[in-house]
Write a protein that binds this ligand. Sequence first.
Ligand code: XBP
Length: 260
Amino acid sequence: MIEAILWDVDGTVAETERDGHRRAFNQAFQMANVPWRWNEQYYGALLAVSGGRERLLHDMRLQEHAPIEPGDREQLAERLHRLKNELYADIVAQGHLKLRPGVRELIDDCVQARVRMGIVTTTSRCNVDALLSSQLGDQWKSMFSTIVCAEQAPKKKPHPQAYFLALQALRVPPAAALAIEDAPAGVAAAQAAGVPVIVTRSHYFAATQPPAELARGVLAAGPSLGSALGWSPTADSGETRIGLEQLHRRWSSANMHPCA
Ligand code: XBP
C-alpha cells in the first residue's frame, strides 16, 4: 500500500507559473523600475532554473542593465524576489490561481483513507501558504503531515534534499511513497531520493511525451488527475479520474515489476 503521497506544488497542485509567478515577477520589475520583462516563452526557458531568486540571478547574467558587482546583484535579486512573492500573494488572493482538476478529489481520497500527504516543494513557504489557504481553507496545514519548502531545502530540485527531508519527517521508506510532479527537475529529485513518481503534465512541460517519461522510469504520465484520458500506461476502462485507488494499482504493479 502507498504510505504517503508527496505533492509538488508549482505546476502540479496548480498552474502557478505563467499567470502567477511570471506575472508577479513582471509587476515587481515594473515597480522596482527595472527594464526587464519575461514573456511567456522566455519564462518557460527560465524554468530550467529552480527557485525564483536563483532564476533572477541567472537572468541577470544575460541582462545588460544588471548590476556589475555580485553583491549588488544578490541584493537586487533579494529585493525583487521579496516583492515578487508579495505580488504573487495578491494574485492568489484575487482568485486567479485554482487547483488543477482532480487535485482536490485526490486530497479528499487521501484524507478519507488516512494516507498521509506531504508537500515537497522548493518554492518559498509564503507562496505555498498563500495558494493552499486560498484553495483549501485555513485548515489546509492539518491535511499534510509534513511541509517542506525552500526554507528547509535550500538545495533546489533536481537535488533530492526536499524529498529526503519529507521522507525523514514521515518516517516512510522511499519505495512506500509516491510523488506527483510536473517537471523534469521534480521527477529527477524524486527519483534521486528513490521515490516512485507520476507526472501530471503542466502548461510549460506539456510537450514531454509519455513514452520518453516512462522510459525514464516514471510510473505513469498524463495530462491531469482530473481525467483518465490521455494517460500512459492507459487507465482501466470505467475510470473517470486518477484517484487513490488508481494510483495504488499503478504503484503496486510497478512494485511487482520494477522498471529496470
Ligand atoms: C517551483 C519553483 C519555484 C517557483 C517560484 O518549485 O521552482 O521557484 O517558480 O517560487 P516546485 P519562488 O516545482 O518545487 O514547487 O520564487 O518562491 O522560488
